[in-house]
Design a protein around this ligand. Structure first.
Ligand SMILES: Nc1nc2c(ncn2[C@@H]2O[C@H](COP(=O)(O)OP(=O)(O)OP(=O)(O)O)[C@@H](O)[C@H]2O)c(=O)[nH]1
Ligand SMILES: [Mg+2]
Length: 428
């Protein structure tokens, strides 16, 4: 009998069997994605079993007959773990583990494990640990021995229920302290992002592995990490990007999305996605060579709406055109997308067109204005050159007329502080 206490959720070196229920509206490609997730997590995939059903079995996820087949397969292959393509209820995990006599990890736990193994900054580590504690807590019997060390040592603990209670309290304290730390980091991040608000900020968002980091490197030469695995990027990176024509923007590379994104992860990665939430424009990077392109697009749009940034202006980048065998189905794409551009971030085709679109966007955000001020008002002049593009200055009657391109919000700010500002294309 294997140890079913689920003390170790990591599957980094485990021998795994994949198990999926295909519901009537699910795609077969989802098992391929589970395979990628398993591979990314470091597991060795030995086999894969699916069952078509109209609903999950409430007790065991798959039917009992199927569960017995999987048990035999696991014994044959000497599997250590069964990775399920869905999120299971705590009782389903327990029942399935008993029937299969192996550890069972569900989809959210698998994704959390990948995030845990990749988190590098203090913030990412806290975010993942919080998500793991909140998600796994009801699914565990006990795994908190590692926490007792962090909490300063609990010593001998009682058996059974008493032990469980103690574990829960300890976990509760750890969750509270992680939340506190994350709030601190989040406040710092927010003010950091806000302080940059004088520059146009653009965020690369999209499905995991679509090529966001590759495009970031192409546009900025930033040298960020790229890998043909899921969730290569966990931390947002922001770099300035020269679009030509005197236009510079801030570009951020963000963490990728996936369909059925674990809700706890979205919540705890809120701060990481702060850049996307504050961005003036989203560039949605898609892998146009993916067989499930439209499902991926829908998953990203769903996640963006959960983050309340689905109303932002967006350009869709159809990346990896170099991998297409035939032509793009442009009429279909035009029907579905408003603003798109096909590119290859690897060989650079279409990138010039994307830059032109980004430049157009930046220019559309600014308004030309004439600001009248006392000629010696150094503070105002400094404000204008910091927050806009000064086109020229004329002096008359001891006044300076500064012609400047500015974001509308700065014009409002100037007017509010009593400054005389003229807009509306006048040159006089
Ligand atoms: N053929 C081809 N491959 C590309 C292109 N852009 C990116 N890739 C490859 O796609 C894989 C994923 O690229 P990344 O840039 O890491 O993707 P990402 O969207 O940042 O992924 P995550 O950070 O994991 O969400 C890498 O193997 C890249 O080399 C492209 O235009 N053409
Ligand atoms: Mg990336």
């Amino acid at each position: 009998m294997v140890d079913l206490t689920r003390t170790e959720l990591s599957v980094r070196t485990e021998r795994a069997v994949l198990l999926g229920v295909i519901l009537p509206d699910n795609q077969d490609t989802e098992m391929e994605e589970l395979h990628s997730l398993a591979r990314t997590a470091g597991a060795k995939v030995l086999g894969s079993v699916t069952q078509r059903r109209s609903a999950f079995d409430p007790a065991c996820y798959v039917g009992r007959g199927k569960a017995d087949d999987v048990a035999a397969l696991c014994a044959d292959l000497k599997a250590d773990v069964v990775l399920c393509d869905s999120d299971l209820l705590p009782a389903q995990v327990r029942n399935l583990e008993k029937r299969l006599d192996t550890k069972v990890i569900d989809r959210t736990e698998l994704i959390l494990d990948i995030f845990a193994s990749r988190a590098q900054t203090r913030q990412a580590r806290c975010q993942v640990e919080l998500a793991q504690l909140e998600y796994s807590l009801p699914r565990l019997k006990r795994m908190w021995t590692h926490l007792s060390r962090m909490e300063g040592g609990i010593g001998m603990r009682g058996p059974g229920e008493q032990q469980l209670e103690e574990d829960r309290r300890m976990v509760g304290r750890r969750i509270a302290s992680l939340k506190q730390e994350l709030r601190r980091i989040e406040r710092r991040k927010e003010s950091e992002v806000r302080s940059r608000s004088n520059q146009v900020t653009i965020s690369l968002v999209g499905y995991t592995n679509a090529g966001k980091s590759t495009l970031m490197n192409t546009l900025t030469g930033a040298g960020v990490f790229v890998e043909d695995k899921l969730f290569a990027t966990l931390e947002t990176k922001t770099r300035s990007c020269d679009l030509g024509g005197g236009r510079e923007i801030l570009l951020s590379d963000t963490v990728g999305f996936i369909r059925r994104l674990p809700h706890h992860l979205v919540a705890s990665f809120h701060a990481t996605l702060e850049e996307a939430r504050q961005a003036d424009l989203l560039v949605h990077v898609c892998d146009v060579s993916a067989p499930d392109l439209w499902d991926q697009i829908a998953a990203v749009l769903g996640a963006l709406s959960e983050l309340a940034c689905d109303k932002k202006p967006m350009i869709t980048v159809l990346n990896k055109t170099d991998r297409l065998d035939g032509e793009l189905d442009l009429p279909l794409i035009r029907e579905k997308l408003e603003n798109f551009v096909p590119i290859s971030a690897i060989n650079g085709s279409g990138v010039a067109e994307l830059k032109r679109m980004l430049r157009d966007f930046v220019e559309s955000r600014e308004v030309e204005a004439i600001v009248r001020s006392d000629a010696g008002d150094g503070r105002l002049l400094a404000f204008l050159s910091r927050n806009g593009r000064v086109l020229g200055t004329e002096y008359s009657d001891g006044k300076a007329n500064v012609r400047v391109r500015l974001k509308p919000k700065f014009i409002a700010q100037l007017r509010k502080s009593g400054c005389e500002v003229h807009t509306g294309g006048m040159a006089s």
